[in-house]
Design a protein around this ligand. Structure first.
Ligand code: HEM
Length: 293
């Protein structure tokens, strides 16, 4: 029986490295993917395949598509669609570095690294803005139902779709806002993490309220802060049984429903964006039968 990659629904790790690669022209990705499929998959790694790569294999995965670039009134959402995504997770940055090196070496020659971002847990689950991130995340069976494909047959059941976006914060600007203005961008009080009714329609939790969509749009968020010499922000990661729930939320955040853009654009913006399909696990290894391997 196929099961989800265990890192998808596991508790947040202390540290992560997110790696994205693109296939080089004229390469045959099949041998690299076969080598990946021979590796044991545990909680310390989650692997996703992009739409271009899957198409190249000649076996499209229903519902997998590139992340769209969107333009709203005062915000830009880029698509930097890649072909393979690795989420290396753990409690020790040294081991994460070595595992990431091993994956890079496996891909050498056929894939080019496009992005490597190191994430970390801030004070048990805060975004760098200081707000708790993940409060309304579904848990247990609800997380499984929201995040994992079921009833789609062998090779697909147990798989998941993931949206990844690197967001770059402007914390210097955020610091100039009053506490009330900052609370309005999120729609929660930083002092007690409570939602408040008077929050403006632009408040992030009003834009993304999962029950407010028809059908309801639940996603399993597994985002982590990042920081390096280029700046700091949030590596946004959301798993879903399809990509639709994420996409309707993103469109509403960008003001494409009603012209109102999400308050978080006052201090942050996405600088990357990709969709991937995370194959299920069978006998401890990736099950790639859905893509013909
Ligand atoms: C830098 C980018 C982002 C930051 C800092 C951020 C931060 C937050 C915070 C602080 C909350 C409130 C607590 C919680 O329930 O987790 C929240 C809620 C939420 N966010 Fe984000 N978020 C970001 C991007 C996104 C994106 C891109 C999406 C989806 C397109 C999204 C979807 C959600 C959802 C679904 C909720 C829960 C809403 C509810 O049902 O109450 N977030 N986010």
């Amino acid at each position: 029986m196929s099961t989800p990659q265990p890192g998808i629904l596991a508790a947040a790790p202390g540290f992560s490295r997110y790696l994205e690669f693109s296939a080089v022209a004229d390469c045959n990705p099949a041998p690299t993917l076969a080598a990946l499929a021979a590796r044991a998959i545990n909680e310390e790694i989650v692997i996703g395949l992009g739409p271009g790569l899957v198409q190249r294999l000649g076996h499209p995965v229903d519902g997998l598509r590139p992340l769209p670039s969107l333009s709203g009134p005062g915000c830009e959402i880029p698509s930097t669609q890649a072909d393979i995504w690795f989420w290396v997770r753990g409690s020790d940055r040294g081991w994460i570095t070595h595992k990431a090196r091993a994956f890079s070496q496996m891909l050498k020659g056929s894939f080019r690294m496009e992005r490597s971002v190191d994430g970390f847990t801030f004070d048990q689950g805060l975004d760098l803005s200081g707000y708790v991130d993940g409060t309304e995340n579904p848990e247990g069976d609800a997380a499984f139902d929201a995040g994992i494909v079921q009833g789609a047959g062998n090779g697909m059941d147990g798989s998941s779709f993931v949206a990844t976006q690197q967001w770059l914060h402007d914390l210097d600007h955020f610091d100039t806002l009053s506490e009330a203005e900052r609370d309005d961008t999120i729609g929660r009080h930083i002092s007690n993490n409570e939602e408040f009714d008077e929050a403006p329609a632009s408040a992030h939790v009003k834009r993304t309220a999962q029950e407010s969509f028809d059908p309801e749009a639940f996603i399993v968020r597994r985002s982590m802060p990042w920081a390096d010499a280029s700046g700091e922000g949030l590596m946004f990661v959301a798993f879903g049984k399809t990509l639709d729930a994420f996409e309707v939320q993103l469109k509403r955040m960008a003001g494409l429903e009603d012209g109102i853009i999400d308050g978080i654009f006052r201090f942050t913006r996405p600088i990357s964006g990709s969709y991937f399909w995370c194959p299920p696990v069978s006998n401890g290894c990736l099950d790639l039968t859905a893509v013909g391997l």
